[in-house]
Write a protein that binds this ligand. Sequence first.
Ligand code: NDP
Ligand code: HSE
Length: 459
Amino acid sequence: MPAPTPAPDPSPAAPRPLRVALLGCGVVGTQVARALLEHADDMAARAGAPLELVGIAVRDASRPRDGVGTVVPRELLTEDAASLVDDADLVVEVMGGIEPARTLIRRAIASGASVVTANKALLAEQGPSLFEAADAAGVDLSFEAAVAGAIPIVRPVRESLAGDHVRRVLGIVNGTTNYVLDQMATHGLGLEEAVTEAQALGYAEADPTADVEGFDAAAKAAILASLAFHTRVSIDQVAREGITSVTADDVAWARRTGHAVKLLAIAEQTEEGVSVRVHPALVPLDHPLAAVRGAFNAVFVEADGAGPLMFYGQGAGGRPTASAVLGDLVSAARDRLVGGKGPHESAYASLPVLPAEAAVTRYQVRLLVADRPGVLAQVAGVLADHGVSIDTVRQTAAEPPAGVAAEPSAGVGADGTGVASLLLTTHAAREASLSATVAALGDLEPVREITSVLRVEGV
Ligand code: NDP
Ligand code: HSE
């Protein structure tokens, strides 16, 4: 008689805890640690196994810090990040910077750990080699928090839109500069004054260069473009211009012409390739991005099938950013428990990344000209010579809008000639043609000054 088949064990052994190493205990790391410790049961239930925080690497473990010794046990802190990584199933990198973050992530991957990072600077510079290493090792390298903080944008573009064709991504992905431009628009502040205020509120760092010069947004644009167009885009391929040349006058005149000035990250596919750029731009007041106020972020995605989609929320801050990190961590844990892996980096399309001069957009140009017959024709001739088509021309009113310094519109120039202020908007033109046009306008005898050149997006 055959032996009876053993009955299935009604109480299978609980899965062993997954060991989590946290690299960094700053603004974001502290909140990740807090959530892992305070919500351990929820995390375990959602992941399918306990997520055990085994250590937190910092530069200086003896330094007093908020939350450590209370919510986060001090014994978890270590200055030996490498040993911590070697002993983990899951590594969360929230230390920032290129090194030692890169080496530690590579080490984690090599030892078979999945990695979650918020480090856009590293991904925009070294992403491809790290993704290759993760794919080869069969582990996850997740980075939702690296673009627009709490806003789920990486996953929707990479997974939800995987069957669609993304045409364009327009985003406000830097909260500091959005706050600064918003303060300039609503309170008439100058740039420096608004940056100082952003620093006092903790939005801008003591050295605000990464934000105001557009480096932070450029890193995020490179990551978004790579995902949207299945093409590797690095930060040095992003045409970048920050907000330092935006004046209070620009912001006030923008409102007068029905626009808001926003620092945009733009990634779009054209027939020639992919154009990725970061620059201040005029956005029509009825466009959803114009309504994004303060330090909030928003990303507007246009896809063939889905049409326009808007993602909005907090792009920075400890708890919002930790939310995105923890979402990735739970997903990576789930993948690990089933022996699988999330989507790998897809760069199959490998489209050409176009130089800055090839970008095509509309422009608004403000200039002061001698007010005499034939000048408008001369100005129009310069644009025509460069193949730039004029959409509208208007001689602005002598009365400036509130908060705008009076221009000598309809006044008298130093040479005794009347001076008029012209506002031109163009149809879509190449960046290269517009630059040449502006240079030629500057050389035109009746042109007294080119007051401002701003791109117009979102029309
Ligand atoms: P912080 O500067 O607040 O914290 C960095 C932490 O990493 C600190 O605990 C620091 O240790 C530790 N650290 C830095 N270098 C080393 C090192 N060489 N060895 C060991 N530990 C180190 O940074 P944030 O928390 O603000 O940012 C972390 C990451 O998250 C960055 O990549 C950032 O771009 C990204 N991010 C941040 C957002 C935010 O709102 N802050 C939003 C979205 C992304 P110690 O404390 O001892 O100095
Ligand atoms: N400095 C960034 C911002 C936050 O102002 O949006 C981190 O991405």
